[in-house]
Design a protein around this ligand. Structure first.
Ligand code: ZN
Length: 188
């Protein structure tokens, strides 16, 4: 018996907790030619990358243990840590995880409006709209007339997040709901 790996997902380990995960779930750091630790969110800078979880526990541990400095073979300036904290909070996979859980809960509680038609039919309701990155132009145009977020998720991922089969392009949370409030808190 042999198994065929159809889609190879590159993995890396966090320099601090050693957890191995898909490279895209970790923050890449490199040592610049000047010897500074640099955050490389786009994963494009040359040099050997060192990876860390976008997680305040790992960052705190890195600070105390010197694990990142050792892995990068350079000293780490104090200014670097707040920058790394901020990057981890805004890290897209982290935001998507939080969003997924909020959208899932909103769906279960019946607060989530799924699809442009349902949103448009809820007259006089103000919404926070979120649309998939591969939504149609007309859905995007519709979203632009409300407060909206373009998700870093495609239709398939958004459908999964809300637990619906098929291509969900757009969802809406009533503007004054607690769910909309919590999304706004971690996105804006
Ligand atoms: Zn870690």
């Amino acid at each position: 018996m042999s198994s065929i790996n159809l889609k190879h997902i590159p993995e890396r380990s966090c320099a601090v907790c050693k957890a191995k995960t898909a490279k895209k779930n970790l923050i890449r750091l490199v040592k610049s030619p000047e010897g500074l630790a640099v955050i490389d969110l786009k994963c494009k800078l040359p040099g050997r990358g060192v990876y860390i979880c976008p997680d305040s526990n790992c960052i705190e541990r890195a600070k105390k243990s010197g694990a990142l400095a050792r892995a990068l073979k350079t000293e780490i300036h104090e200014d670097f840590w707040p920058e790394l904290e901020a990057s981890s909070k805004n890290f897209a996979p982290n935001l998507n995880l939080k969003l997924r859980s909020v959208l899932g809960l909103a769906r279960k509680s019946g607060t989530l409006f799924i699809g442009q038609e349902r949103i448009a039919n809820a007259e006089n309701k103000k919404f926070l709209l979120m649309f998939a990155s591969d939504s149609s132009e007309s859905v995007k145009k519709f979203a632009l007339s409300h407060e909206h977020i373009e998700l870093e998720m495609n239709m398939q991922e958004l459908s999964q997040a809300v637990g619906v089969k098929g291509g969900v392009q757009i969802v809406g949370l009533p503007f004054n709901s607690g769910f909309a409030k919590s999304v706004r808190e971690f996105i804006f």
